[in-house]
Design a protein around this ligand. Structure first.
Ligand code: CMC
Length: 384
């Protein structure tokens, strides 16, 4: 039997669950959350907390429901002291996503009473979203050499997060861009991170361990790590005039992949990349470094599409997101852009875990096709 019939490499086109959360049409470049198109959501001016609610409760909230939900999220802002201490013991050069993993692994270690329960799953997931905000603020402040801080109540999740991270009032423009980035990264069906988390919770391990597993898979450069790797390549090119040479020597030579390009599901322009690009266009005017990298990115996009477009390889969501994060004020440092992706994606991860555990639970346990030696006699070490 040919290998392709025996195994599904990369689990391509394997359905591991059903979902009401997110749908993607990879040929047409369409993304919908709970039936709402990503463009409609962004254009409506919705706050990410409405989308977090939609993912956990299946419908958009009214004002009262949203207020109550936000209270649950905000309870998580004040992360336990042992987490702040753990983060601050790590070297300042540490990877942001690995620091988030350490924090969630610490929650898994300490919160031994966690039980999956329909009555409390959503409240705990809201609490974890708040904790992720508190954790990410402190991961950032640690490697930037700043004192710990806790997000406080404000009129939006994005504003509370930015204010605590930077320790000053953020501009309305950066709050709007952060809010949009948080929405764009909320969920994407079952990519590697969500699948890794689902494998963990399918054993009925706790929700914090599920998030830890998801973070481990997100970190790699073929998935969330591309958010930082894409902008790192623009910085490496350094100047608009170097783009063509760099592309020839690094990409056309086959030495490297173009980061922020290509997708397992989208065979056309990722709709999230279009939105990130439009935010980048507005924001870079106030940030010289981001403006320079944006010019490089646009030129690289042109070459990339010319070379790979016919193969269905286009910019994905990570191509322009780093430029938006840089223009908001986050430096290209410690993989924080991927950490900001995780701050958002924790909503989708947990919503998928809940959907799976509550309604379609079964241990995930695939098989492997054995290709090793035929049965043979085991010889003790002194006879080998
Ligand atoms: N640059 C150059 N060639 C590429 C790229 C790229 N970015 N992406 C795919 N290809 C080529 C690849 O070399 C292969 O060519 P051939 O058939 O000649 O050997 C073909 O396309 C298929 O590649 P694959 O790795 O089997 O395809 P996949 O479906 O596993 O690819 C991917 C998905 C995301 C791993 C890949 O596109 C990639 O490595 N992209 C760069 C990393 C990146 O931007 N990741 C972010 C993904 S989307 C958002 C997220 O998850 O954070």
């Amino acid at each position: 039997m040919p290998e392709s019939e025996e195994i599904s490499r990369g689990l391509e086109d394997v359905n591991i669950k059903w979902t009401r959360l997110t749908t993607i049409d990879g040929e047409k470049g369409i993304l919908r959350y709970g039936g709402y198109s990503i463009e409609d959501i962004i254009n409506s001016g919705a706050k990410v907390e409405e989308i977090q609610y939609l993912f956990l409760y299946g419908e958009l909230p009214n004002k009262e429901k949203l207020e109550k939900f936000r209270e649950n999220v905000e309870k998580g802002y004040n992360v336990p002291g042992y987490i702040i201490e753990t983060i601050r013991k790590l070297p300042k050069e540490s990877d942001s996503v690995a620091m988030q993993m350490t924090a969630f692994a610490s929650l898994a270690a300490a919160e031994t009473k966690f039980k999956w329960n329909k009555e409390t799953n959503r409240e705990l997931a809201a609490l974890s979203i708040g904790r992720m905000a508190g954790i990410t603020v402190n991961v950032y402040r640690h490697f930037m050499g700043m004192e710990p801080a806790i997000p406080e109540h404000s009129d939006s999740f994005a504003k509370s997060f930015l204010k605590a991270a930077f320790g000053k009032e953020p501009s309305q423009e950066s709050i709007d861009a952060m809010n949009a980035a948080l929405i764009l990264y909320t969920d994407h069906e079952v990519p590697a991170s969500t699948t890794a988390g689902l494998v963990a919770v399918s054993t009925l391990s706790d929700i914090y361990s599920g998030v830890t597993a998801a973070l481990a898979a997100l970190k790699g450069p073929l998935h969330g790590g591309a958010a930082e790797a894409a902008i790192a390549q623009f910085a490496e090119i350094g100047d608009e005039n170097n783009v063509e040479n760099w592309f020839k020597n690094n990409i056309l030579s086959g030495n490297r992949r173009l980061m922020g390009f290509g997708h397992r599901v989208y065979k056309t322009y990722d709709p999230r990349a279009k939105i990130f690009k439009s935010f980048a266009e507005k924001l870079v005017k106030n940030n010289k470094e981001a403006e320079k990298l944006f010019k490089i990115a646009k030129k690289l996009e042109e070459l990339g599409i010319k070379q790979y477009g016919a193969k269905g390889i286009y910019p994905n969501t990570d191509f322009y997101s780093g430029i938006v994060y840089m223009a908001i004020g986050f430096p290209l440092k410690n993989n924080i852009y991927t950490g900001l992706f995780a701050l958002s994606r924790i909503t989708g991860w947990q919503a998928h875990f809940i959907e799976y555990v509550e309604e379609q639970h079964r241990l995930i346990r695939p098989r492997a096709v054995y290709k090793g030696p035929e049965p043979r006699q085991f010889l003790p070490i002194n006879k080998r």
